[in-house]
Design a protein around this ligand. Structure first.
Ligand SMILES: [Zn+2]
Length: 162
């Protein structure tokens, strides 16, 4: 965590990162190279004096790279729109365009089975800025509408997933 917070991780190739050494954390070298090969992380500290111990435990250079990668992914922009409607009885929602993802959440607002009420939340995402057409039904109302997806950080969408 400390390594990650200090911004000491730098990506240098698709599957390689340089982690700046920090003597306060027990590092004896100015830089460490972490590589991802065949789905496994390897760190240059494995080859140094403390390597055998570090290999057996968790190498914190690798841990910092994992945090850095996850953070970078979550901070990438994505384009999204949130549609929320409260419906009595039936509800239906469909995106008429291809190439977008949608997360649907439905919550029952009424426990009265003869008068069901739902809150339907629909999160539409795309990697590109765009406008999509939506067809919907909510109770007795049906229609089509256009929705523009606007830029948000990916973690906002991750938070809405469940
Ligand atoms: Zn290491």
């Amino acid at each position: 965590m400390r390594r990650f917070e200090n911004g000491s991780v730098r990506q240098v190739a698709e599957n390689a990162w340089v982690v700046r050494g920090d003597p306060r954390l027990g590092d004896r070298y100015p830089n460490y190279v972490v590589r991802l090969r065949d789905g496994r992380y390897q760190c240059s500290c494995f080859e140094t004096g403390w390597g055998l111990r570090r290999r057996g435990e968790v190498c914190t250079h690798i841990a910092a790279v994992i945090l850095h990668r996850e953070y970078s992914r979550l901070m990438q922009p994505i384009y999204a729109a949130v549609i929320s409607m409260e419906c009595e009885g039936d509800y239906y929602i469909e995106v008429l365009d291809k190439g977008v993802k949608a997360i649907r959440r439905v919550r029952a607002l009424s426990s009265d089975l003869t008068k069901p009420r739902y809150r339907v939340t629909y999160v539409i995402t795309s990697n590109e800025p765009r406008t999509v057409r939506i067809r919907y039904a909510c109770g007795d109302e049906t229609g089509e509408t256009e929705v523009a997806l606007s830029k948000v950080m990916r973690f906002v969408i991750e938070l809405m997933k469940d």
